[in-house]
Design a protein around this ligand. Structure first.
Ligand code: URA
Length: 292
């Protein structure tokens, strides 16, 4: 084995982390290039085109008397299927997700159903399901985008740097994790914190919608653009939508939903905090009004 210097290995690891490759998916490395090459080598050569039996025939169409040559059986490559190869077609996965989410009669059942659900490829790369934190019966529910590294490690939403800021945001209107409920649109960490694909979001959407329906909050706070656009079905960006109340149909009733900036954005853009402060005061005032 080649001996690499410590500084070379450190630089290589830093390069991977910066590229978002910061989780190990297995105990041993897998050479995906070798697996693909083996699959190509195992594939039989193209069968020659079938010619009509009679050379006298001038027709280019195969003679009906010549039975079509049966397709050569495809050799099954002897490589372990990668998680991506085993993925269910997205449409089927969305339908399966809708059916599974509908079957949940309580939040505990929904968590168990999600934990057993195999239709979302993100489950295979995440360490664990990140379902929710806080008080399920709370009047306010916060929904973020997707768990990050800390959340994936602990199995709870918003426990990293953004989470600490979310705690402060909640505290500004007298809420904390014993009096508010917190979840994400996507309950599994996307590898390297990449943006979830539209298919992954579509697969997870029935579950978060059912989670909101079962939690039945009076006010939903969408943290960041992906959460607001996905849950409220809007296309306008967060700078236009934040601070406004939208109607959200939980399936049981219509509640108010407020998009606001995501705490991760506020960590990068602290000037946005005063706007979020205003948004939260609106929420506090709405909570003081008669219960919906
Ligand atoms: N960002 C999110 O959107 N959700 C989390 O749980 C953590 C960070």
């Amino acid at each position: 084995m080649t001996n690499f210097s410590v500084s070379y290995i450190r630089d290589l690891l830093a390069f991977h982390v910066e590229a978002g490759v910061d989780v190990a998916l297995g105990d041993a490395p897998v050479n995906r290039f070798a697996a693909a090459a083996a699959a190509r080598a195992a594939k039989p050569a193209e069968a020659p085109p079938v010619r009509p039996a009679s050379s006298a025939s001038s027709s280019l169409a195969p003679s009906p008397l010549v039975p079509p040559r049966p397709a050569a059986p495809r050799a099954v490559p002897s490589v372990a299927p990668s998680p991506v190869m085993a993925a269910q077609p997205p449409d089927e996965a969305v339908m399966a997700a809708r059916e599974a989410a509908r079957a949940a009669g309580s939040l505990d059942e929904l968590r168990a159903i999600l934990d057993a659900f195999e239709g979302c490829p993100l489950k295979r790369t995440a360490t664990r399901l990140v379902f929710a934190d806080g008080k399920p019966e709370a009047r306010v529910m916060f929904v973020g985008e997707a768990p990050g590294r800390d959340e994936d490690a602990q199995g709870l939403p918003f426990v990293g740097r953004s989470g600490r800021l979310l705690d402060l945001m909640m505290g500004a209107i007298g809420l904390d994790r014993t009096s508010a409920y917190i979840a994400n649109v996507i309950p599994w960490r996307p590898p390297g914190n990449r943006t979830p694909t539209p298919q992954e979001t579509a697969i997870c959407l029935p579950f978060i919608r059912r989670q909101i329906e079962l939690a039945d909050p009076d006010i939903l706070i969408c943290l960041g653009n992906p959460s607001a656009q996905t849950l409220l079905g809007i296309t306008e960006g967060i700078t236009k939508t934040r601070g406004r109340f939208f109607s959200y149909d939980t399936g049981k009733r219509t509640i108010r939903a407020m998009p606001t900036f995501h705490p991760a954005y506020l960590l990068r853009t602290p000037l946005g905090k005063r706007l979020v402060w205003r948004d939260l005061l609106e929420v506090e005032a709405a909570l003081g009004e008669a219960k919906t």
